[in-house]
Structure formats: structure tokens, C-alpha cells
Design a protein around this ligand. Structure first.
Ligand SMILES: [Fe+2]
Length: 174
């Protein structure tokens, strides 16, 4: 678990001393305080957040799969290759999120985000790719907002990697 000594992230700084540079006591019991008090997401909210991302990533994987197929049918091999690569990444994050939710003893959602239907309704492929990138930007915003509130080191690292992966894919699809 994330410890107070590394937790510059909590929004509630009352647990800090020395102008916030060091914890009041290095051995201070971060986990004796509630996650919410510390500014971290409580477990239920974290599971809900991860499930929201899971549904969004599933929608992303499905729309990229569909777009790759349609691009191939239209003879656009470059777009097909790009969408296949992004689909693989989205599927990877689905697996990471599912594992993380299970690790928290939560139930992974089997739903697909509404984003899929909205994107699929856009027949023009370049316009759809722009819409997909908007969806990816939403994921980036959500992760940037929530990362400071994820206490667990391993999960924090995975979500940081997911953020970086999305930022890179947005550039590739722009
Ligand atoms: Fe995504």
C-alpha cells in the first residue's frame, strides 16, 4: 500500500508537517486513517472508477476492431493497422482493469460503454477516428484527475502506464 512518506498526493495536508516536505512521523500510520480522510479514493469508489474505465475500454476495443475491418474493406491498410494496434491496447487495458477490480474483490462489469454505439453511428471513418480520439482524451482526463487519489503503488503504476499509452495513441491517431 502507498505510504504517507510518498504521499504528496493526498489533498488533505493536515497530516503533514514541516511545510509538507516530510510526514509528521515517518512511521505515521497512513493506513490507520481512512482513505477518504487522506484524500484517497475509498475502495468502493475505486472499484466504480475502474469499472467505468473497463466499460469505456471495452467500447474502445470494439469500435477499433470494427473500424479496422471497415478500413481494410475500404482498402485503407494504414488505418486498418493503426486501429488494430489501438484495439490491442484497449483489450490489454480491459485485462488490466479486470484484474485490478478482482484484486479489490469487486465484480468486473461486463457492459460495453455507450461510446461504442455513438462511434459506430459515424460512417465516415476519418470522422470516426477523430471521435475515438475524443473518447481516448476523456480517458486521459479521468486518469489525470484520479491518479493522485490511487493509494496502491502497483495499481497507481498500472494506471499511469494506461495514461501514457492513451496519450501515445492519441498522437498516433491524430
Ligand atoms: Fe481507451
Amino acid at each position: 500500500m502507498r505510504t504517507l512518506a510518498r504521499a504528496a498526493r493526498p489533498t488533505n495536508m493536515s497530516v503533514m508537517a514541516n511545510d509538507g516536505k516530510e510526514p509528521a512521523s515517518p512511521a505515521c500510520s497512513a493506513h490507520e486513517m481512512g482513505d477518504a480522510y487522506m484524500g484517497f479514493l475509498p475502495r468502493d469508489e475505486l472499484v466504480a472508477f475502474l469499472n467505468t474505465l473497463l466499460e469505456a475500454e471495452r467500447a474502445g476495443a470494439r469500435i477499433c476492431q470494427r473500424t479496422a475491418r471497415e478500413a481494410r474493406d475500404a482498402g485503407d491498410e494504414n488505418l486498418a493497422a493503426l486501429m488494430t494496434a489501438v484495439r490491442d491496447d484497449e483489450a490489454h487495458w480491459c485485462a488490466v482493469l479486470t484484474q485490478a477490480i478482482r484484486a479489490l474483490e469487486g465484480a468486473p462489469s461486463s457492459a460495453t460503454g455507450a461510446f461504442y454505439e455513438k462511434a459506430a453511428a459515424i460512417a465516415d471513418l476519418p470522422a470516426r477516428v477523430k471521435f475515438i480520439n475524443r473518447g481516448q482524451s476523456w480517458v486521459v482526463r479521468e486518469l489525470r484527475k484520479t491518479l493522485p487519489r490511487i493509494r496502491d503503488d502497483a495499481l497507481h503504476a498500472r494506471m499511469k502506464a494506461m495514461l501514457a499509452g492513451h496519450e501515445a495513441n492519441i498522437v498516433k491517431a491524430s
